[in-house]
Design a binder for this molecule. Structure first.
Ligand code: NAD
Length: 435
C-alpha cells in the first residue's frame, strides 16, 4: 500500500458527518428524519447501488453519520422530532426552536458538515445562506428558493465558500424515470410535447401547511416535474404562459390558488404542460395523483406515478393505492424497519457528493454530475418565479374581462414578462442576466 492510499483510507476510517435538520414538519420530520436515522444506524453504503454510486460503497462504509440537532418553529415540534429520532437511534439530537433557530444552532455547532433545510417554501434562502456562511454544506428541499435573484445569491455564496448545495429532486430517482432517462427517451425520438400533473390532497393546503397563502401549487410541487424535464433533455426554457384559479380554498377563507397550469416551451422545441393543484378531496384513492407523458417523433412514454397496478380495498377503508417506490419500510430481523425509496435516494446522492468532498478531496466540479445542483435548480426557480408573475397578471385580467394574454420570455437577455394589456410597458424585464 502506498502512503497516499494509506492516508486516504485513514481519513475515511475516522470519518464522521455531522448533520442538522431545520424544519421538522410533514416532510422534514418524516422523510429526512428517518433517512438520517438509517444513516446513523448503518451508514450510507447500503443505499448506493440504488443510485448507481456503488463504486464508492467500500470507501464510504466506515463513515459515521450523526444528526446532532433539529430545529423547528415551536418547541413542541422540535422536541417531539428529537425524541422520535432518539427512539429510532438511541441518540437525542439537540432541539432548537423559534423564528430563527438556525442562528443559535450554527453558532453552537461550528463544525457542522451538513445543514438540511426543510422549512416552508418561502423560508429556504435565509437558512441556506446562513448554513453556507457558517461553512456547512446544504441539502435543501425544493424549490431551492422562490426568486431567481435569490438563486444567484445562493450559487455565488456556495462558490465563494466552496460548499455544495444539493437540492432534493427525487423524481430523477424514481426507477421508472431512471429507465426513461437511460433508455426510453432515446426510443421515442425528439420530444414534441408532454404533460405532467401532480395533484395534492386538500388537507395539505387547508390543514398541514400554515403557509399555503405564501406559496401555490406550482411553486410547491411544480419544481419536481420541471426539474425532471430539464434533467431528461438538458434543455432550457424559452417561453411560458400560466394561469390559476381561486375558488375552493376561498370557501375556507384561504386566499391561495386552488390550481395552477403552466405551459413551458423549451429550446429543443418541446412544449410541456404542468398541471398542479392541492384541493384533491380525501375520497381519492391515493396519497397524491401524479404522472407524466411525453410524445416524441417516434413514440410515446406514459408514466403513471399514482396507480402502478397496486390497489386494495377493505370494509370501511375504501379503495386505496400506494406508491411503494417513493418510500417504503422493509422489516429487519430485529423488528425495526429500514426506510428505502427514491424519496431517500435523492438525499443520499447529495450526501455522497459531500462525503466525496470531505473525505476524498474531490472538487465541486468533479462531483457536480452526481446530484441535483443549485445551478440546475436555478433554471427551475426562474420558471417558478416567472410563472408566478404571469399567472397573477392573467388572473387579474381574466377577472377584468381582458383575457389571459401575459407570457414570459427567457433568453440571453434575461427573463422578460410580456404583457400586451399594459400599453405603457409591454415588455418588463424581471432579470437582467443570461438565462
Ligand atoms: N421532496 C418532497 O417530496 C417534498 C414533499 C413535501 C414537502 N416538501 C418541501 O419541504 C419543505 C417543508 O414542507 P413540509 O411539508 O414539511 O411543511 P410543514 O409545514 O409540514 O413543516 C414545516 C416545518 O418548518 C418549520 N418551520 C416553520 N417556520 C420555521 C422557522 N422560522 N424556523 C425554523 N423552522 C420553521 C415548522 O416548525 C415545521 O417543522 C417545503 O419546502 C416543501 O415544499 C418536499
Amino acid at each position: 500500500m502506498n502512503l497516499d492510499c494509506a492516508l486516504h483510507i485513514g481519513r475515511i476510517m475516522d470519518g464522521k458527518v455531522k448533520l442538522a435538520l431545520v424544519g421538522a414538519g410533514m416532510f422534514g420530520g418524516d422523510v429526512h428524519l428517518r433517512a438520517y436515522a438509517d444513516l446513523q444506524r448503518s451508514g450510507i453504503s447500503p443505499q448506493l447501488g440504488r443510485v448507481g454510486l456503488d463504486q464508492w460503497s467500500r470507501d464510504l462504509a466506515p463513515v459515521q453519520f450523526e444528526l446532532v440537532a433539529i430545529a423547528a418553529r415551536t418547541e413542541n415540534s422540535a422536541r417531539r422530532s428529537a425524541e422520535d429520532f432518539k427512539n429510532r437511534t438511541g441518540q437525542l439530537p439537540r432541539a432548537y426552536f423559534g423564528e430563527t433557530p438556525w442562528i443559535d444552532l450554527l453558532r453552537d455547532i461550528p463544525d457542522l458538515d451538513v445543514l438540511a433545510v426543510a422549512t416552508p417554501d418561502h423560508l429556504h434562502t435565509q437558512v441556506i445562506l446562513a448554513g453556507l456562511n457558517a461553512g456547512a454544506h446544504v441539502l435543501t428541499e425544493k424549490p431551492m428558493c422562490l426568486e431567481i435573484q435569490e438563486a444567484d445569491r445562493i450559487i455565488e455564496t456556495a462558490a465563494k465558500k466552496d460548499r455544495i448545495v444539493a437540492v432534493d429532486m427525487h423524481k430523477r430517482y424514481d426507477p421508472d424515470h431512471l429507465r426513461i432517462a437511460a433508455d426510453i427517451k432515446q426510443r421515442i425520438g425528439d420530444p414534441l410535447y408532454g404533460v405532467a400533473c401532480l395533484e395534492e390532497p386538500l388537507e395539505v393546503s387547508t390543514s398541514t401547511f400554515k403557509w399555503a397563502a405564501q406559496s401555490d401549487p406550482f411553486s410547491y410541487v411544480g419544481p419536481h416535474w420541471v426539474d425532471l424535464f430539464c434533467h431528461y433533455y438538458r434543455s432550457k426554457p424559452v417561453a411560458l404562459s400560466a394561469i390559476g384559479q381561486k375558488k375552493r380554498l376561498l370557501r375556507q377563507g384561504i386566499d391561495a390558488y386552488d390550481a395552477v397550469q403552466v405551459r413551458v416551451d423549451f429550446d429543443n422545441g418541446m412544449s410541456i404542460h404542468f398541471h398542479n393543484n392541492w384541493i384533491t378531496p380525501p375520497d381519492f384513492e391515493g396519497p397524491v395523483n401524479q404522472g407524466h407523458e411525453i410524445v416524441g417523433t417516434d413514440g410515446k412514454v406514459e408514466s403513471d406515478q399514482q396507480y402502478r397496478g397496486f390497489r386494495w380495498w377493505n370494509q370501511g377503508g375504501g379503495s386505496r393505492t400506494a406508491n411503494n417506490h417513493f418510500t417504503r419500510e422493509v422489516s429487519r430481523p430485529d423488528g425495526s424497519r429500514a426506510y428505502v425509496g427514491y424519496g431517500v435516494d435523492s438525499l443520499i446522492v447529495g450526501l455522497v457528493a459531500i462525503c466525496r468532498m470531505k473525505f476524498s478531496g474531490s472538487s465541486r466540479s468533479e462531483i457536480a454530475a452526481i446530484y441535483p445542483t443549485a445551478e440546475e435548480a436555478r433554471i427551475v426557480v426562474g420558471i417558478v418565479h416567472a410563472a408566478r408573475l404571469v399567472r397573477d397578471l392573467n388572473f387579474k385580467y381574466l377577472r377584468e374581462g381582458k383575457g389571459a394574454p401575459v407570457t414570459a420570455r427567457f433568453g440571453t437577455d434575461g427573463i422578460t414578462v410580456v404583457d400586451p394589456n399594459n400599453a405603457g410597458k409591454v415588455f418588463h424585464r424581471i432579470y437582467e442576466k443570461p438565462f
